[in-house]
Design a protein around this ligand. Structure first.
Ligand code: KIV
Length: 305
């Protein structure tokens, strides 16, 4: 099913059994989001295990206020671009809101599109309730690998009371635990835990056979995921508590574009070194016939009159 090109740098492409082995051996799994060719290349260069075309791309690259509005076609376009930059990492695409909730059939049809049209190796869906578990089981049954996602599920953040940590009451913690175990039973090969108390991760990681990838879920998770734009500071504002920022690229981009604009306005750019010359003999011939430009301009002016 995979459309991945074969690796040529000595590193073998990441596989699902390989990720399960990483959990067993305690080697942390690295996941990062990517939404286009350059972000996927950055993930690849870092040897990232799983590249997630998250629906966070709705906000980070498409400028929507939340993940809710992004369409399947938009996500497929982002996934195709990330696919072109990903050879080694496992490429997973988020199923966007509204593309899998209606029925198992709808969920399978959407998941298959991501694999066939965009070259994804698998999909991720949100929620640990009976409907999400049923969708996960159906998609796995159709042969598409699935990652589950419990805790803070941004697609349904309004119903959860906003972008806030989940599982902080006994009932909520137990519901998350039940959801994670049900998603595993449905055939998911991994689960994202987002913004849940660390103690819940501590307890669930040993109970689950499949790797838990945490984001704001504490250090005990089998792996970690961060949003590309958050970790590189390609955003305004600090972002969520669980983000560690490794660069301030938005500042660097703003400064670079501002310096370019200033150079254009002051005519400091471009200079002779950025232009193209002519071979001396050809230049001499051109100079001899330069007057023809004025004739062409005159002819055009007559035509437009
Ligand atoms: O959309 C996304 O980026 C995600 C990660 C935060 C896990 O779902």
């Amino acid at each position: 099913m995979s459309t991945r090109p074969s690796a040529d740098n000595g590193r073998r492409p990441v596989t699902i059994p390989g990720l399960l082995e990483q959990k067993r051996s305690g080697r942390p799994i690295v996941m990062v989001t990517a939404y286009d060719y350059p972000s996927a290349r950055a993930a690849e260069a870092a040897g990232v295990d799983v590249v997630l075309v998250g629906d966070s791309g709705a906000m980070t690259v498409l400028g929507y206020p939340s993940t809710v509005a992004v369409t399947v076609d938009e996500m497929i376009m982002l996934t195709k671009a990330a696919r072109r930059g990903t050879e080694i990492g496992l490429l997973i695409a988020d199923l966007p809101f509204g593309s899998y909730e209606v029925s198992d059939e709808q969920a399978v049809a959407t998941a298959v599109r991501f694999v066939k049209e965009a070259g994804a190796d698998g999909v991720k869906l949100e929620g640990g309730g009976p409907a999400s578990v049923s969708r996960a089981r159906a998609i796995v049954g159709a042969g598409v690998p699935v990652i589950g996602h419990v805790g803070l599920t941004p697609q349904t953040a309004t119903a959860l009371g906003g972008y806030r940590a989940q599982g902080r009451s006994v009932e909520s913690a137990l519901a998350i635990a039940r959801g994670a175990l049900d998603l595993q039973a449905a055939g998911c090969f991994s689960i994202v835990f987002e913004a849940v108390p660390s103690v819940l991760t501590d307890d669930l990681v040993p109970l689950l056979r499949i790797p838990v990838i945490g984001i704001g879920a504490g250090p005990a998770a089998d792996g970690q995921v961060l949003v590309f734009h958050d970790l590189l500071g390609i955003r305004d504002g600090a972002g969520a508590k669980f983000v560690r920022r490794y660069a301030d690229l938005q500042d660097a981009m703003n400064e670079g574009v501002a310096r370019y604009a200033e150079d254009v306005r002051s005519r400091a750019f471009p200079t002779a070194e950025h232009g193209y010359g002519m071979d001396p003999a050809e230049l001499a011939r051109y100079q001899a016939r330069r007057g023809e430009i004025a004739t062409v301009a005159d002819d055009l002016a007559q035509l437009l009159r």
